[in-house]
Design a protein around this ligand. Sequence first.
Ligand SMILES: Nc1ncnc2c1ncn2[C@@H]1O[C@H](COP(=O)(O)OP(=O)(O)OP(=O)(O)O)[C@@H](O)[C@H]1O
Length: 647
Amino acid sequence: MPEILFLAPYSDIAQVAQKVCQGSNDVTISVSRMDAAVELARKAEKMGYHVLITRGVTFWKLHNAGLDLPLVEVSIGGYDIVRAFFEAKKMGRRVGIVDVEEVVNNLDLDAFTETVEDELVKYICHNDLEDISKGVQYLREQGVEVVMGKVAMANEAGRQGMKSVVISSGMDSVRRAIEEARRVNFVRKQEAKKAEQFKAILEFSYDGIIALDREGKITVFNKASETISGWKAEDAIGKFITHIIPNAGCQRLLSSGQAEIAEFMEIGGTKVLANRVPILVDHKIEGVVTTFQQIERLQKLEGKVRRKLADRGLAAKYHFRDILGHSVALVNAKNLAKEYAGVDSTVLIQGATGSGKEMFAHAIHNASKRKNEPFVAINCAALPESLLESELFGYVEGAFTGARKGGKAGVFEMAHQGTLFLDEVGEMSPMLQARLLRVIEQGEVMRLGDSSIIPVDIRLIAATHRELRKMVESNAFREDLYFRLNVLSLKIPPLRVRDKDILLIAYRFLNEFCSRRGKIMGKFSPAAEKCLLDYAWPGNLRELRNAMERLAMRPWVDEITSQEISNVLFMDEGAISAEKRPATPKPQNPDNKTFSFAPLPASGDKVMNQLEKQVILQILEEVGGNKTEAARRLGISRTTLWRKLQG
Ligand SMILES: Nc1ncnc2c1ncn2[C@@H]1O[C@H](COP(=O)(O)OP(=O)(O)OP(=O)(O)O)[C@@H](O)[C@H]1O
C-alpha cells in the first residue's frame, strides 16, 4: 500500500506529480484543496498513510489542522517564478506578485528583474485571505495589471477584476517534494523502529525506570515501576515525582546534576537500590533518569550466579560460620583469618593434613571484597609438573602435542579479580616455583607457547602441610618465593591440641550423617568420649569426619561404646591389624602450645602415607575400583585420592 499521499490543490500539479511518480507505487495522488484536503488528510491518517505532500494555502490549512502525519510542502522554485512572469508579461505590461515571504524574499526576485531589466511589484502576505485581499488591492493601486501568486491569490485577483497567473510548481519542485517525503518516511520508520526497541527495553526491564523532565515531572514510567510503586503509568505520567514517590530523591539532582549510584531506599514497602543520573544536554540539566532494582531480586540473581560459578568449581563453598570449634587455638586462627579477609595481601596457610586449610581459604575469600568474583583452587601435588604448568598458566593452540583447539586459560586467568588458592604449594618443582614467582612479581601471565602478556588481578592464598621454612633452609623451596607467599601467615592448629573441639565437632558430624540416614543420633559413652579425646587424630578433622560417617553406618543400641570408636578408627588406619588395638595415644601436651605431630606408632610421615595408601586400596577393592566412590567414602577429593596413591 502507498504510504505517501500527494494532495494536489489543482489538476496541473497532479499531472506533474503523476509524471514524476511514473514507475513507482509508493505515492497516491489526489486532487483536493483547502478544507476538503484537511478532511481527506484525516482519513489518510486512519488508513495508514505515513507522509502528506501538498502546497500553497492548503499546506497551511493542513499545518494548522493538528494532524499527526508529517507534512512536506511543494515549494516554489526560481524556474516556477520565471515561467509565471513571462506568461504574465504576455497578458499585461505591469506585473506584480502577492505571496508569502519565502517566495517573495528568498528567491532573490530583484536579481531576476534586474537581469531581464523589468519590474515586479511585490507584496508579502500571510497565508490568510484577508491579507491576500489587501495585497491584491495594493498591487492594483500600484498600477499592476497582472497578479502572480498561488491559487488563492489568483482567485482574489479575479474577484478584484484583475488578470492573474498561478505560479505553478514545475517538475523540479514536485520531484524535490516527493524525494523529501520519501526521506521523511524512511527516517520516520527508523525512528518508529527505535521507539519500539526503546519501548520493549522499558517494558521488559526488571528494573523500574522513571524519567523526569527538567521540572521534575514524570515522562517515562515503565511496567516495573508500576509493580514497585503500585502506581499506574497513565496516572503517574505528567505528575511531579514528589507526588508519586515522595522519597525518590530526584529533585536534588535537578539542581546538583550529580549522579547517585546504588543508594538503598524503600518504595511502597519494597527495598530497592536506586540509581539516579541527570540528563545533560549542552551541559544543561534537561531531566533525570532513575532506575530501581529490587534488592530481593538482586539477591536471588546473586545466588544464581554463585550457583553457576559453583557448578564450574569457581566458587568458594565455606564461610567462617562453617568452621566449627570453640578452642582458643581455633578461635585465634579464625580471628586472624577474618582480619586477613579485610586486606588483599597474599596469605600462606600452614597446617597438618585435614586440619581445615582449604576451608579457611574459602572463608577468607567469602569474607573479602572479592567474594562475588571467582575462587579457583588448584592442588599442586595432584598433577605432574608439565600438566600443572599448563593448568597454572594456560596455553595457546598448538603449544604442545595434545594442546586443546583454541588453547586454554590457566587458573591465574580464571581467577582474575578473584582469589587463587594454591594448595600444597610446597610440592611445586623448582621450575614452577620460578615461574610462579615471576607471575606474582609482575602481576601478569604468559600462556605456554604465547608471547603476549595477560595482566591478572588476583589475591593469592597458598597452603601447605609442610614446614616451608625448613624447606627453604634445605634449598627445597625458593626463599624469595617463600617471602612472597608468606606475607600474611596463618597456622591452623591440629585437632589434637583442640580438646575442647573434639567432642563438639564429633557430635556435629555424627548428627549430620545420622540425619542424612534418618537415624537418631546416639550418645558417646564416657569411655568412648575418652577414646576420642585420647586419640592423636593424625588425619585431623577429615579423619574425624570420616570416622563419624562410618560410625553412622553401624548399628548401635543407645550408647556408642569405646569399642565402636576403636572399630571406626582402626579402619581409618588401614585396617592393617585384625586384632583390636587401643586408639593411637596422644602425646603429652600440657600447655597446648606446640602444634607438632605426635609420633606415630611406627614413626614418621612415610608410615602414615603407607597406612593411608593401604586404606585407600582396601576401599578401592570394596567399591570395585571406582575411584569416585572410594573418594566419596573416604571423604576426600579424587585428586587427593590420586595424590595419596602416588605418595
Ligand atoms: N573447623 C572445621 N569445622 C568443620 N569441618 C572441618 C573443619 N576443619 C576441617 N573440616 C573438615 O575436614 C575436611 C578437610 O578440610 P580441608 O580440606 O579444609 O583441610 P586441609 O587442611 O586443606 O587438608 P589437606 O591438607 O589434606 O588438603 C573438610 O572437608 C571439612 O569437612
